[in-house]
Design a protein. Sequence first.
Length: 128
Amino acid sequence: MTSDETTIPAVGVRLLDEVFDAIEAANGRPQPWTGFDHGILGAYRWAAGAQVAAPLTAAAALGATGPCRAQLLAECQAAAVRLRDVSALALASAEGDGDGADEGANAAYALGAYQALAWLCGHHEDRP
């Protein structure tokens, strides 16, 4: 192996250094943190291997240092499903069919996790 063939660590399509920069930026947000901020941090920390449980499914990472790309994609999909579920619950609550106390917080957390995971997976270039 030559020096040109070294492997650069990545998380999804992002370089590990980019992910650590994203964690540092998220940690620097003004407090108190919102559910959205917690969702972002949970996704980044899990993706970088600094948190055991995935932000939405609580699945453990299968890779040696964090989740594999397939797990990142699956967690991103789980976040999208959670957003749809929370939206349906909020609609039912608005119609008087449910308890809407936590839907806003759950939706904000799921949205933060979704946007962070989508960025890690390369679905968009705008880092949340």
